[in-house]
Design a protein around this ligand. Structure first.
Ligand code: TYD
Ligand code: MG
Length: 459
């Protein structure tokens, strides 16, 4: 028999990446059921080697003092799409692997095609598609008005052949759309399965590190919001960007979820038009919904996700619940934090909502992870509960502590300035965030220390 020896395999949890010698129905590390998938151990080891900065087959490592290590200058190329450059941390780093995740149809392929178009002749690029035919890609590129001569494409899904092509063709930027369609000859599992996605990605990561090629991997998002395929994908790559947007809204937000070369939670904002994605360089006010008049259950906050302030509307709906366990639903915010805030509201604000369903939503489909949203969330809840709009042109931000104190958040002054610029008339903030003067331009600033004071100021 002249067949290749079967490669040694192991079982890896698709949720957390824990590795087992034998298959079992539950992962002991994270408790996920039926999440183990077979992977090739050799390939996985090589991927792990890349993660530690060494390469498979490289000479044994030596211990050195950091002082003796010449800091490697990162070669960054500005793509020329500012909103994307910003999210990447100032441009594309040579040899970096960037995972771009998002729902189908959100615009991932469009964004990356435009990225290669913007790079034009400055870098040698290659777009590998396993999703669309070359004719479809050409038609789209033409419609987007991209320089067709500089866009080179390959319709291929076998990772070994992709790498072979890349080794011959030596592109400096490689797009693989999508990683779920790519498969390796080493495994018999179906493309899109955890093991295939993981091994193919590992092979591509190795190629990126060996040849200093920058690689964009496109990944679809599952219903649970993770990138389909193993969580370990997120550990393997240098940056994870999520492309998000609400259905029906033409605005798209690109968010860095992980970035070894820049700040996380940096936002890039785009609008989808008939000519592709357009940058929205001054997105401050697009997340405010356009109400005809004052509406109850709506509060405006200034978030500072990433490096610039953003005005965002938080909406709440509080309604008598028919259920024994009333619902607490948070969209764009953390669910547990909402439950905690409602408890604080009861204990320190005197407002009981234990028999009410509470829904909270951040307008525009964006996610606010910082605690500055605490106060506006509670103001929106209060307003909906009383069915009374908050004062017009009111803005608020601040963290709410378990003992009912309002805590300052970073960059208070910058947030206040942004609100004042956009014509807000009153701001409720923590004392530590308030400037000495009680006014900023036309905007009155109310400094509060306790939740009760904040509720009163908004009432
Ligand atoms: P696409 O990039 O194919 O999404 P993904 O790769 O994330 O699945 O984007 C598809 C959607 O974008 C599709 O619904 C059409 C829309 N679109 C425009 O509105 N204008 C355009 O110029 C392009 C190229 C796409
Ligand atoms: Mg696509």
């Amino acid at each position: 028999m002249s067949r290749m020896a079967k490669p040694r395999t192991a079982y890896v949890c698709g949720q957390c990446g824990a590795e087992y010698a034998k298959w079992q129905d539950q992962c002991e590390a994270c408790g996920a059921w039926n999440a183990l998938a077979e992977v090739v151990v050799e390939a996985a080891r090589a991927a792990a080697g890349v993660r530690r900065g060494g390469y498979a087959g490289a000479a044994p490592a030596r211990i050195v003092a950091l002082a003796d290590v010449a800091a490697e200058a990162q070669t960054r190329t500005r793509i020329g799409i500012d909103e994307l450059d910003r999210v990447l941390g100032g441009g594309l780093v040579a040899g970096s692997v960037v995972l771009v995740g998002g729902d189908p149809g959100i615009g991932k392929s469009t964004l990356l095609l435009q990225t290669l178009g913007a790079l034009g002749a400055r870098l040698r690029t290659l777009y590998v598609s396993g999703e669309e035919s070359l004719a479809q890609i050409a038609a789209r590129a033409q419609r987007l008005g991209l320089p067709l001569a500089q866009l080179r494409c390959l319709a291929e899904t076998c990772v070994e052949r992709i790498v072979e092509n890349a080794q011959k063709d030596t592109p400096q930027v490689l797009v693989v759309d999508s990683i779920q369609t790519v498969w390796t000859e080493l495994l018999t599992a179906a493309p899109g399965s955890v093991s295939q996605v993981r091994e193919s990605a590992a092979r591509l990561v190795r190629h990126a590190k060996e040849t200093a090629t920058s690689i964009f991997l496109v990944g679809h998002v599952t219903k649970e919001g993770g990138i389909a395929g193993p969580r370990v994908l997120e550990h393997m790559v240098d940056a994870v960007l999520y492309f998000e947007g609400e259905s029906g809204s033409r605005f798209r937000v690109l968010r860095a979820f992980k970035n070894r070369f820049g700040a996380v939670n940096e936002l890039g904002v785009f609008a989808m038009t008939e000519h592709g994605l357009r940058e929205v360089p001054n997105p401050s006010a697009i997340f405010l919904s356009a109400h005809a008049g004052p509406t109850s259950g709506s509060a405006v906050m200034v978030t500072r996700e990433g490096t610039r302030p953003l005005l965002v509307e938080v909406q709440a709906l509080v309604d008598q619940s028919p259920l024994a366990n009333p619902r607490r639903v948070a969209l764009g915010l953390e669910q547990n934090r909402l439950a905690m805030l409602l408890a604080v509201l009861h204990r320190h604000g005197g407002l009981a909502v234990y028999d009410q369903d509470v829904f909270v939503n951040v307008v525009g489909g964006i996610r606010v992870q910082e605690t500055a949203a605490d106060l506006p969330v509670l103001l929106a809840v209060l307003s909906s509960f009383r069915d009374r709009p908050l004062p017009e042109k009111l803005v608020a931000f601040g963290e709410v502590g378990l003992s009912g104190e309002i805590r300052p958040v970073p960059h208070g002054e910058e947030r206040l300035k942004e609100a004042a610029t956009h014509g807000f008339r009153k701001a409720i903030v923590a004392k530590g965030n308030a400037p000495k003067k009680a006014k900023m331009g036309e905007m009155e600033i109310v400094a509060v220390q306790r939740l009760a004071e904040a509720l009163e100021a908004a009432g």
